[in-house]
Design a protein around this ligand. Structure first.
Ligand code: UD1
Ligand code: UDP
Length: 353
């Protein structure tokens, strides 16, 4: 059996580490293709070396363009490779432009598509990710959903239940697998950070970075934090922030993107997390940390229902008060499987192929 995996963006490398390991131990041949959507060392190479992900068989070097440019260029190159490699199935993760390109190229060649993280919905069609995930789900033969909620979304759109497998979340598999290898970033001591006394923050979502008003509101809320805010900054956000030339107080410390094992250390040792990332919202829960989500809606609705994730949009007042207040949060219920999603996916793939 030959699986053709398409990855391109940071969270996909982390998810692919789980499946690549499972494929290796099941003697399944994997052709790993990196589209090049993310290309900086600290957005790409670091994950391959740190998480022992096999080097990609191909790197398409497509990145830095608009959605259409990226997707179109990937599509052309992926089709060529799929024709040459003749895989039994194409595996795609999540909701990026690389996901859509991989799925679309495979669909036109009649190659079965397996979609990991199927069925998540924000119900906001202005998000590029929402378009990517809806289209990918409807082209896929095997839809691996992390939660029952995600399965319900697919059923409501008319996807046949026979194609849907609720397997848990591969990101939880990764957190479990790497939990005892979390690495303290070298700058933590010098920065005088105290355990459980800083906010870990990430921002990269287009709806925030592409709006000057939203960026200003969010950073003004963060600037009023009474404890240090550590912000490993996505290159997209850095470019936008530079263009705004905002003066930030010392309490907000901007650092380069960190590695996955460093991120795990920061998540485990912060007081709370403020983010607009999909993956980081869940990791906050895995590490039993309250999460402030700087978006209007989330795909991970169970966390909001449970009161451990608070949607604050770009309101500086809400960000300020959420950061500076404290409370008791219940992390006892678990929604994301048992850390064996990767194994379950491989079992389904074997049976299907
Ligand atoms: C993409 C995904 C988003 C995911 C995120 C993970 C889409 C539509 N969006 O968003 O769902 O949450 O990845 O991080 O696919 N850049 C660099 N160096 C890099 C990578 C990006 O400088 O290594 C800059 C470039 O200016 C690039 C911009 O960031 O044009 C945006 O990158 P892109 O991959 O298009 O989108 P992300 O915001 O990273
Ligand atoms: N992450 C990381 N270093 C960072 C920021 C995030 O390793 O500096 C990891 C994080 O732990 C999570 C994943 O990247 O596993 C989330 O990716 P991102 O926020 O870029 O994308 P999203 O999940 O929103 O699609």
């Amino acid at each position: 059996m030959k699986v053709f995996t398409v990855v391109g963006a940071r969270p996909q490398f982390i998810k692919a580490s789980v499946l690549s390991r499972a494929f290796l131990s099941s003697n399944i041949e994997e052709v790993l293709v990196h589209t090049g959507q993310h290309y900086d060392k600290d957005m790409s190479d670091v994950f391959f070396s740190e998480l022992s992900i096999p080097s990609p068989s191909y790197n398409l070097a497509v990145g830095g363009g608009t959605h259409a440019q990226n997707t179109g260029r990937m599509l052309e190159k992926l089709e060529e490779l799929m024709v040459a490699e003749k895989p039994d199935c194409v595996l795609v993760y999540g909701d990026t432009d690389s996901t859509l390109a991989g799925a679309l190229a495979a669909a036109k060649l009649h190659i079965p598509i397996a979609h990991i993280e199927a069925g998540l919905r924000s119900f906001n069609r202005r998000m590029p990710e929402e378009i990517n995930r809806v289209l990918t789900d409807h082209m896929s033969s095997l839809l691996f959903s992390p939660t029952e909620d995600a399965k319900r979304n697919l059923l409501a759109e008319g996807v046949s239940s026979e194609k849907i497998f609720v397997v848990g979340d591969v990101m939880y598999d990764a957190t479990v697998f790497y939990s005892n290898r979390a690495t303290k970033p070298s700058w933590v001591d010098q920065a005088g950070l105290e355990i459980d006394n800083f906010v870990l923050c990430t921002i990269h979502r287009a709806e925030n970075t592409d709006s000057e008003d939203r960026m200003k509101n969010i950073f003004s809320g963060l600037a009023d934090s009474c404890i240090p805010v550590i912000l490993p900054m996505h290159p997209r956000t850095r470019k936008k922030l530079d263009s705004l030339s905002m003066l930030l107080p010392d309490i907000v410390r901007i650092v380069n993107p960190v590695s996955y094992l460093e991120m795990n250390w920061l998540e485990a040792n912060c007081k709370l997390i403020a983010t607009d990332s999909g993956g980081v919202q869940k990791e906050a829960y895995f590490h039993k940390k309250f999460c402030i989500t700087m978006r209007e809606e989330t795909e991970w609705v169970e966390l909001v229902d449970k009161g451990v994730n608070c949607l604050v949009g770009d309101s500086s007042d809400l960000i300020r008060s959420a950061i500076n207040s404290s409370g008791f949060y219940d992390f006892s219920e678990f929604f994301y499987g048992r850390g064996d999603a990767g194994i379950k996916i491989v079992d389904v793939l074997k049976a299907y192929i």
